[in-house]
Structure formats: structure tokens, C-alpha cells
Design a protein around this ligand. Structure first.
Ligand code: FES
Length: 85
């Protein structure tokens, strides 16, 4: 983590959780950058990134997905192969 305003404490593995019908929750040691490479202060150790496209605080979720009844695709059945990560 470099100068993004988060508490230091070493590298914490990053995890990203896709919330059903909502944002992506990102936890761990990470930086969010603009296309020009400038750090966007994450404000918190865990951030919610918008994936519905209507947040007024992009790239962060502002809860607007609820107002538009944003729906994500259901999880594939366990029998289907997963994409490589
Ligand atoms: S996912 Fe929450 S406002 Fe877009």
C-alpha cells in the first residue's frame, strides 16, 4: 500500500467478493487508480465498487443499485467449469 491514506500494516491478500445484485467488495492491500495512474483514495479498508453503472460516486458504490433494482446473473451450477483465475 502506498500513500492512499489507509492504515499501514503490511500486505494483506486482496479478495474481491461479487455481491449478488450489488457491488464488488474489495478487501486487503490494494490501490485504485485513475486511467492516468493517480491513486483514488479508497476511504476505507474495504471498498464497494459499483458494477451497475449508475453510482454518482464512481468507481464506488453509493447504493443506487437498489433504486434501479440491479440484478446480476445467477451463479453457474457447480457442475459447469469455472474460468481460470
Ligand atoms: S453497484 Fe451500487 S451503485 Fe452501482
Amino acid at each position: 500500500m502506498t500513500g492512499a491514506g489507509l492504515p499501514t500494516g503490511g500486505d494483506i491478500p486482496v479478495s474481491i467478493t461479487a455481491c449478488p445484485n450489488g457491488p464488488l467488495l474489495v478487501r486487503g492491500s490494494f490501490e485504485i487508480l485513475t486511467p492516468a495512474g493517480e491513486v483514488i483514495p479508497p476511504r476505507r479498508k474495504t471498498v464497494a465498487l459499483c458494477r451497475c453503472g449508475i453510482s454518482a460516486l464512481k468507481p464506488f458504490c453509493d447504493g443506487s443499485h437498489k433504486a434501479i433494482n440491479f440484478r446480476t446473473e445467477p451463479e453457474p451450477p457447480a457442475s459447469q467449469p469455472r474460468l481460470p483465475s
